[in-house]
Design a protein. Structure first.
Ligand code: SF4
Length: 366
């Protein structure tokens, strides 16, 4: 017990400290969770910010070995929402006081895509009276594209590193020139320089991943000075090459507990960032997102993609709530969040406190 108290008080936690915390079980784990909950309450309050998630296209030029919408998975129907459908979902988020929107898609790198997104960002801004913060999650792009989207009204960008261990990254991505760890890292730095609030994340419980890798992920986020994090348990998908390694995986409940510990430790390590309670947690435990909120998460991303497309955006299998519409989603979440003694911060942007305090790049806006 004493050791936990000493570790969590440290100004700088070492890799060994983090490995120790991630290995806690039973009473000691509960103690860790209570400490993270206290820090959350002090630093960001018992409030949960909504980000309306629009998964607007599952077309992807990449082939990550673990992903259900990878280019070579020919078992799924590809879709791309029209601009009108996206703007209408954005209007829904605005009218229902979500405060923020996330536009997520598979990765496309083309001049046409860059221009489409620029136009779309401006249309959303006009349609919603500029009252939504917009996060993009559209993968690796060049510096010019990131700048153009920022200038068109995107405020935040989410680019998950998936693992901070380059060796493990290489095991999980094909060696075809499109999946380079260093380029992904460069993109994160470029986003920060452009002035975005930058988010990243990792998968927890990947094949070949060690606890030291996860400790390294936490240190990476701290050293990078990240503003927002979305991370959850790795969930295998039958139609992917990584499925061949399923026998190496921890049982799902253990992956889930490890994910909760990652969230709790990250809240202690980076007290003022935004941390999402991801849907992948709910795929294992029906109350997974609520449990994450109780140990440090403060953001939830209700899915507002039109219901008929949701079955086609399965990065992993057993994804929950694919048969709900956006209004069902709100009612369900209100009840769930009330159970955690947190309140929904309706109509608030919920910018990362960390972003507001840290040194920013030259392109920064407000
Ligand atoms: S993880 Fe992202 S980039 Fe990789 S295949 Fe899936 S959608 Fe595409």
């Amino acid at each position: 017990m004493q050791q936990i108290d000493q570790i969590v008080q440290k100004q700088r936690m070492s890799e060994a400290d983090l490995i120790h915390l991630l290995g806690l079980r039973g009473e000691e784990k509960i103690r860790l969770f209570r400490h993270a909950a206290r820090i959350k309450e002090e630093q960001v309050g018992n409030r949960v910010y909504f980000r309306g998630l629009i998964e607007f296209s599952n077309i992807c030029m990449k082939n990550c070995l673990y992903c259900g919408i990878r280019r070579d998975n020919h078992t799924i129907r590809r879709y791309s929402l029209s601009d009108g459908e996206i703007v209408s979902a954005a209007r829904f988020a605005s009218e229902n006081k979500y405060g923020s929107l996330v536009l997520q898609s598979g990765e496309l790198q083309s001049r046409q895509f860059t221009i489409r997104m620029e136009k779309l960002l401006r249309e959303i801004h006009t349609a919603t009276g500029g009252n939504l913060r917009i996060t993009l999650s559209c993968g690796e792009q060049d510096k010019d594209t990131y700048r153009r989207w920022f200038d068109s009204g995107a405020h935040r960008y989410l680019l998950r590193i998936e693992t901070s261990n380059p060796g493990l990254y290489n095991k999980l991505h094909p060696d075809d020139g499109h999946h380079r760890f260093k380029y992904r890292l460069d993109c994160l730095y470029c986003l920060q320089d452009t002035g975005y609030q930058v988010g990243t994340g990792v998968m927890i419980g990947l094949p070949f991943q060690t606890t030291a890798d996860l400790a390294g992920d936490l240190l990476f986020m701290e050293q990078f000075n990240i503003d927002m994090v979305g991370m959850g348990p790795y969930l295998e998908h039958r139609e992917t090459p990584a499925y061949a390694f399923r026998d190496l995986l921890l049982p799902r409940e253990e992956r889930f507990q490890l994910a909760l510990k990652m969230i709790a430790v990250l809240r202690i390590l980076m007290k003022d960032i935004n941390i999402a309670a991801t849907t992948a947690l709910q795929a294992i435990d029906n109350l997974g997102r609520e449990k994450a909120i109780k140990v440090g998460a403060n953001v939830i991303m209700p899915n507002i993609t039109p219901g008929e497309y949701r079955d086609e955006y399965l990065l992993y299998q057993d994804k929950p709530c694919t048969d709900e519409n956006a209004l069902d989603c709100i009612t369900c979440l209100e009840t769930r969040i009330a159970l955690t003694n947190n309140e929904i911060a309706y109509g608030e942007w919920g910018d990362s406190n960390h972003y507001q305090k840290r040194d920013k790049g030259p392109g920064t806006r407000d």
